[in-house]
Design a protein around this ligand. Structure first.
Ligand code: PRP
Ligand code: ADE
Length: 183
């Protein structure tokens, strides 16, 4: 299942995006969302639109280190709910559970503290970009292992050529913008 986050969020993303060729390595066209975070009114509007969509539907927001944190923290605060920090390996003190995953440029390991994940909670997984889908899938696996229910994976941008959505299989997925890798 997949869908769109809405035209307002799509416009905010498209108007506040920087394309950076060959970053962080040759051949990668990097979608830099930093200008959106630096634009106060646009960032506030983004958080308000997300809060409007998810109010009453989720118990927790899971942010994926590190760009996902920048989105998840203000959304959680706006909704008055908790944020789950899903972090790269070795950053969280234990007890933690972890899972290895592949990236568009490299490999990684994500970890979470089970104590930060309420059992049976309805969790939104939030990040800036879905590329290969490895990060989001790993996050969903971790949350399931901890007894949570992933309501939806939401990103600002989906790199459709990398078919990351396929990795998510039956997990509901929503994006604001779909782009081809080299557009
Ligand atoms: O769909 P995937 O192929 O897994 O890639 C998407 C992930 O890659 C980026 O994070 P990155 O690991 O570069 O970390 P950062 O946010 O700390 O820059 C991005 O913010 C997503 O989390
Ligand atoms: N091309 C890309 N731009 C921004 N973030 C990414 N994460 C993985 N691939 C990316």
């Amino acid at each position: 299942m997949s869908g769109k986050l809405g035209v307002e969020i799509a416009a905010l993303v498209e108007e506040n995006l920087r394309l950076v060729p060959d970053f962080p390595m040759q051949g990668v066209l990097f979608r830099d969302i930093t200008p959106l975070f630096a634009n106060g009114p646009a960032f506030a509007e983004l958080v308000a639109l997300l809060a409007n969509r998810y109010a009453g539907k989720i118990d927790m927001v899971a942010g994926l280190e590190s760009r996902g944190f920048i989105l998840a923290a203000p959304l959680a605060a706006e909704l008055g709910i908790g944020m789950i920090a899903i972090r790269k390996a070795g950053k969280l003190p234990g007890p933690v559970v972890g899972v290895d995953y592949a990236l568009e440029y490299g490999t990684g390991r994500l970890e979470v503290q089970p104590a930060s994940v309420p059992k049976d909670s309805r969790v939104l997984v939030l990040d800036d970009v879905l590329a290969t889908g490895g990060t989001a899938k790993a996050a969903c696996d971790l949350l399931s292992q901890c007894g949570a229910h992933v309501v939806e994976v939401a990103v600002l941008m989906e790199l459709i050529d990398l078919k990351g959505k396929d990795k998510l299989a039956e997990i509901p997925f929503v994006t604001a913008v779909q782009v081809r890798e080299q557009d």
